[in-house]
Design a protein around this ligand. Sequence first.
Ligand SMILES: [Zn+2]
Length: 229
Amino acid sequence: MRVELLKEIIHSVIGEKSRGLVDLLVDNKNVNEFIIAKKLSLNINQTRNLLYKLLEEGLVSVTRKKNKKKGGWYDHFWTLNLEKSIFKFKSNLMKKIEHLNQLAHARRDNRYYLCETCETEYGEEDALTHEYTCPECGTLLILKDNTKDIVALEKEVAKLERILLEVNEEHSELMEKGQKVKERKLRFEERKKKKEREVKKKERDKLKMSSVKGKKVETKKNTSSRKKK
Ligand SMILES: [Zn+2]
């Protein structure tokens, strides 16, 4: 599911040439762009163009490394940004659903007229302006039955809403995973700090002990020297 989803997202940004790119990036981080070019059968400039389009959308990230063999040129390594990709796809889906809902709404609230000869549709106002005859062929316009259109739109909305549900699950799963990783890191950092504090405390205690011993020796010396006087 995730791979199919990602393919659709990447496809929506860079089109047909994206085939294969997701397969390449989904399980690997920091993929060398020359390997990407080879696998996609593109030259390096075409490959970079695609990748930079995805970079602009935040769907991938890139790191550079100096290549000493190539006289200090930089090699670029690309990684898919899973969370951002899903977020992007989600917001696109929501926009589409809203648009379709608006269309269905308009179909319910307004009248549309049809020229059966030209198969052209006119809104109420247009139809009135042309006195309910087709401006192209002169045929009398008929009032359109919107039921079919509305049902089709509603079906499409239902389909997209199902996809959105899946994407939402995918997204929250990913967020949870990310959260767990964050928490693990935090716990690790805390343990490390605690250890460091303990070590420092021991060192301080040692220092205290030795300085107390030193003072005791000093005071003994002082008292003994006073006694002599
Ligand atoms: Zn007509």
